[in-house]
Design a protein around this ligand. Sequence first.
Ligand SMILES: NC(=O)C1=CN([C@@H]2O[C@H](COP(=O)(O)OP(=O)(O)OC[C@H]3O[C@@H](n4cnc5c(N)ncnc54)[C@H](O)[C@@H]3O)[C@@H](O)[C@H]2O)C=CC1
Ligand SMILES: O=C(O)C(=O)Cc1ccc(O)cc1
Length: 360
Amino acid sequence: MTEARVGGTVRIVGSGLLGASVGLGLRAHGVDVVVTDASRTAARLAVEYGAGRPPAETDAPALIVVAVPPDAIAEVVAAELAAFPDAIVTDVASVKSAPLAELAASGADLSRYVGSHPLAGRERGGPISARADLFLGRPWVVCTRSELGRARVSAVEALALDLGAIPVEMDAAVHDESVALVSHTPQLVSTLMARRLGGATDAALGLAGGGVRDVTRIASSDPALWVQILSANAATVASILRAYRGDLDEVIGALENIDEPGSRRSLAETLAGGNAGVARLPGKHGQDRRFASVVVLIDDRPGQLGRLFAELGELGVNIEDFRMEHSPGAQIGIAELAVVPEVLARTVEDLTARGWRIAG
Ligand SMILES: NC(=O)C1=CN([C@@H]2O[C@H](COP(=O)(O)OP(=O)(O)OC[C@H]3O[C@@H](n4cnc5c(N)ncnc54)[C@H](O)[C@@H]3O)[C@@H](O)[C@H]2O)C=CC1
Ligand SMILES: O=C(O)C(=O)Cc1ccc(O)cc1
């Protein structure tokens, strides 16, 4: 067990997915964690899963983590600031400006409040879905404000670091604009595409591969939580969607008039724009480096993946990334490996020589 950076007792209010995950992660460092929730069942479950202990009269937490739904953040943060006058209070809500404005309007003492947001989550909520490793390697935004003392910001960064996350300082407005683009609008785009699958035939769905799964993965997110997130960042998300609608109208125009001069060029430029956009997403370890992909067909039997990995090790090929897909109609797994481009040709050649089936 490594020693924690956070000192003293940490109190978690809202012991669902995020709250219980924070508790589990801190308990793994031996931190004294108190969990509480408006739902008795959620609180008891979190305790039974090992995320912390029930509150006691004598608790004097140094740090309070509010992990309730966005609509309840301001009210709960204000109550915690008032109840524990020596504690620093943070929250993990997916939106930052609206709760801050609500808190300021309530007259709360904001000098001890440092908003934050871990960019880590799952489609399912509740303490049953919680994981101690949820935050490992993920960015954790800590919202700075000019009047906030360094020590208070550092206390929340210590929490992020203890949970294996990477603290990123940002002000609330920049945070909300950023997540509107990389999280909130993608949620709606994924949802709208998945909604189109509602009327599809089983035959069509049987052809689904990695592409549609990638685009719709987050469409199974909790509607109740997402209505709150989107409502709290509505104007910014709407403005991105308006631009998106413009792009969509252009694509529809080109498709409806595909033989008009310029239509194919317009489609090509749209597709190239997508290539340029996706290339800007940071890759492994935040690098811009692109990898080559090797697709290996493997029999759906125990030990096959282990053998593939071991043989790549023998060949001195580092697996930069890995993804598994399944053939809908056959007992075959499709292993997609990312390797550095320099080793692509010899990897394909050596694996083929060893009897592996390479696709594409
Ligand atoms: N689900 C995700 O992937 C992510 C969620 N977040 C943020 O984390 C926060 C919590 O989300 P989840 O853990 O996913 O939700 P969840 O539904 O799993 O847990 C929320 C918990 O808060 C409790 N609660 C509601 N109102 C309360 C109140 N007034 N006082 C005390 N407890 C109350 C609920 O009973 C529930 O147990 C939200 O603000 C969300 O925006 C941040 C990053 C990722
Ligand atoms: O699963 C994913 O890709 C996510 O992006 C999960 C997620 C959902 C909500 C957040 O506020 C932060 C992260």
